[in-house]
Ligand binder design. Structure first.
Ligand code: CTP
Length: 403
């Protein structure tokens, strides 16, 4: 259980911070909410008090004997400000301390995460850009806002990322500290999810990949400073903010998107589960049941192996290419023997091997793996969150990119 301070500044997205708060409290964390006076115009103190189970104040004049303006920050394991308005970022960048939240920011010695939300014009204004740069130089984490519908009818960059995405990001920070930025200046390309091959307008051949491991890879790479392109095949979980997302459905679409983005990528991770086979013919109408009770046969064709193609045709000589292998082991070999053969067959640099004998990985928040390398020994990654596995993969990638 960590001590988390949830700072809320005065933007309409303050209501979304209620869900963020719930996620923290339901996972057992101790949360102190520190709203600004402006935030209370949007969501009142009773809501924060009820959801956090603690009294709430905005000013330094409440409970002065307990010295909250110093204590709250000093005792925190993580401070997250969501939403962080342009005004709050400006105050934080300039070290102002006019209320309880800004005092807390000055006294905190733990990681501080800002999740900005504002109109695109305000986010892109040179004043905000400079304030964000100042905060990042000081080691604070400023998450990139999402793109999409803003308060009014307009759309653009500046939306608060989904509370689920902010929460996952914060868990990473609690687990590993503020990200190091070791992937800054790198472009990484990640595929996630499972492709679907249509049989007719309502049916498809698919697989059980949830996309969670690929999403964790994209989120953690962005947190470590990379420019990230995520090619997402039928992923239903929210995609991370600050990541370029290309949606695809079939293996052919996944291949096209990967080949298009690959030339500029320093690293490629194929976490997606492309369907290996597709129906030779797709019916333009729903296939009906036959009156005589007979079932149709489906003729299948093999799909191209994208990982093998990317590995054999590297756009950049020093590109690091990572594949995944979900293995069960069989009469021809153990999980590791089959995976070692697959690493050679695919021609990639690293292969992340999951033992799926128990079917445990699919849709689960956790994973356990061994990373095989063409240029070194295996690295076991103990059971842990998919974000932990993702970081272990990026550690391996980063060390190879730096050589
Ligand atoms: N992969 C790919 N294109 C395919 C199938 C798989 O790029 N058509 C990638 C996956 O994204 C993964 C790796 O290859 O990174 C291994 O996938 P896996 O399904 O284990 O490999 P297969 O080649 O299908 O091997 P198997 O013979 O075990 O089915």
């Amino acid at each position: 259980m960590a001590r988390v301070v949830l700072g809320v500044s005065g933007g309409i997205a303050a209501y979304k911070a209620c869900e963020l708060l719930r996620r923290f409290t339901e996972s057992g964390h101790d949360v102190t909410v520190v709203p600004t006076a402006a935030a209370l115009e949007f969501v009142g103190a009773p809501t924060w008090a009820a959801l956090s189970g603690k009294p709430v104040s905005s000013e330094v004049w409440d409970d002065v004997h307990a010295v909250p303006h110093v204590k709250i920050g000093q005792e925190a394991d993580l401070v997250v400000v969501a939403p962080a308005t342009a005004d709050l970022l400006a105050k934080a960048a300039h070290g102002q301390a006019g209320d309880l939240l800004t005092n807390t920011l000055l006294t905190a010695r733990c990681p501080v995460v800002f999740a900005p939300a504002m109109h695109t014009e305000m986010w892109e204004h040179p004043a905000t850009t400079a304030n964000v740069a100042t905060l990042r130089e000081r080691g604070n984490v400023v998450i990139e806002p999402a793109e999409g519908r803003l308060t009014g009818k307009d759309t653009g960059k500046g939306r608060l990322p989904e509370p689920a995405a902010i929460f996952e990001f914060c868990l990473d920070v609690l687990d590993r500290g503020a990200p190091s930025g070791d992937l800054a200046g790198r472009h990484v390309l990640v595929s996630a999810g499972g492709t679907r091959e249509p049989l007719d307008p309502v049916r498809f051949l698919g697989n059980r990949s949830s996309g969670l491991q690929g999403i964790a890879l994209a989120r953690t790479a962005a947190a470590r400073g990379a420019e990230v392109t995520l090619v997402a095949a039928n992923v239903t979980v929210p995609t991370p903010a600050g990541v370029k997302v290309v949606q695809v459905a079939t293996t052919a679409e996944l291949r096209d998107a990967m080949l298009e983005a690959a030339p500029s990528a320093d690293a490629i991770v194929m976490a997606a589960a492309p369907a290996d086979f597709r129906p030779v013919a797709t019916s333009g109408h729903k296939i009906k049941k036959a009156a005589d009770g007979s079932a149709p046969s489906i003729e299948l064709a093999q799909n191209p192996d994208i990982l093998k193609e990317l590995s054999g045709d590297r756009a950049k000589a020093r590109q690091v290419i990572v594949g995944f292998a979900a293995e069960t082991g069989d009469e021809t070999g153990t999980v590791l023997e089959l995976a070692t053969a697959k690493l050679a067959r695919k021609g990639c640099d690293l292969l992340v091997v999951n033992d799926v004998s128990g079917g445990a990985v699919f849709g689960s928040g956790e994973n356990e793996a061994v990373i095989l390398a063409v240029d070194g020994g295996p690295t076991p990654v103990p059971r842990g969150s998919k974000a932990r596995v993702a970081h272990a993969i990026w550690d391996q990638v980063a060390s190879r990119l730096d050589r």
